[in-house]
Design a protein around this ligand. Structure first.
Ligand SMILES: C[S@@+](CC[C@H](N)C(=O)[O-])C[C@H]1O[C@@H](n2cnc3c(N)ncnc32)[C@H](O)[C@@H]1O
Length: 255
């Protein structure tokens, strides 16, 4: 297994801000974990799919020197601004405007030219599309990511996933949420790898992240929506106690 550097994100210590600007478990630790696994290098072109407010995008631009394109089709749930407006403001605040661009678009209809990017990165985004568009829709997104990567380019997908066990009965009511029920969004690592292979990728590495439980508990404590609704995701994660909920990653190459 690759030796992780895991020190770039250590100086970003304000977890309340990080979890308010990111959406999902892991924050900047996740971005660093993925970037190191993907071998991100300065000057290369990166596509961040479902960049949300672009905090991870800006982190990758500042810490790895990549030229980053963040895409996100939605508006922010709190303030109603397009996510890419937040991305632009964050890029200015981080001093990386020269490295970061944003487009209010989503997969699978990106309209980028084939082979535009050296790296494609997406965290906590595609599992929602699977719920909304089904397995066919998920596959269509993966095929689009394959298309926009250069041959030899590397994709890193980090997703909320479940461990390879059935939902424990006491957890079932908690993962049957009305919006984005986790039992319908999440897959295990094997199912995710199968879909990524089916889209034409060659798998470099795939596993559950060793820090998955820690990242989820940080999310439960620091995410603003979790703070507003402790009986929601924080309760689910407490009941689960690391049995079913995890976070998986797949690093794959376009041959
Ligand atoms: C939970 S957020 C994750 C954000 C960020 N990657 C992170 O980990 O903090 C998922 C994002 O995916 C975006 N999204 C939804 N549909 C999408 C699509 N079809 N293509 C790309 N992004 C999409 C949403 O707008 C949302 O901002």
């Amino acid at each position: 297994m690759t030796q992780l550097r895991c020190n770039k994100s250590a100086s970003y210590t304000d977890l309340n801000t990080i979890y308010a600007q990111c959406s999902g478990p892991g924050g900047l630790h996740l971005a660093e974990f993925m970037a190191d696994k993907m071998g991100m290098e300065a000057g290369k072109r990166l596509l961040d799919v479902g960049c949300n407010r672009g905090y991870q995008t800006c982190f990758l631009a500042r810490e790895y020197g990549v030229q980053a394109m963040g895409i996100d089709p939605w508006a922010d749930r709190m303030e109603g601004d397009p996510m890419v407006d937040h991305l632009r403001r964050n890029a200015e605040a981080w001093g990386v405007s020269h490295l970061v661009l944003g487009q209010k678009i989503g997969v699978p209809d990106t309209h980028f030219a084939a082979g535009s990017f050296d790296f494609v990165y997406s965290t906590t985004a595609l599992e929602m599309i699977r719920m909304l568009e089904g397995e066919e829709g998920y596959l269509a997104c993966l095929k689009e990511l394959w298309r926009v990567l250069k041959p030899g380019g590397v994709m890193g997908i980090g997703e909320p996933m479940h461990r390879d066990i059935p939902v424990p009965p006491d957890l079932m009511p908690h993962v049957s949420q009305s919006d984005f029920p986790w039992k319908d969004c999440f897959r295990d690592i094997h199912q995710t790898v199968d879909a990524i292979r089916q889209a034409g990728f060659e798998i470099i590495e795939a596993d559950y992240a060793p820090e998955a439980h820690k990242w989820w508990m940080e999310y439960a404590e620091h995410d603003p929506f979790c703070k507003l609704d402790p009986e929601g995701d924080p309760k689910t994660l407490t009941v689960d106690d690391g049995r079913w909920v995890s976070f998986g990653y797949v690093i794959a190459r376009r041959p």
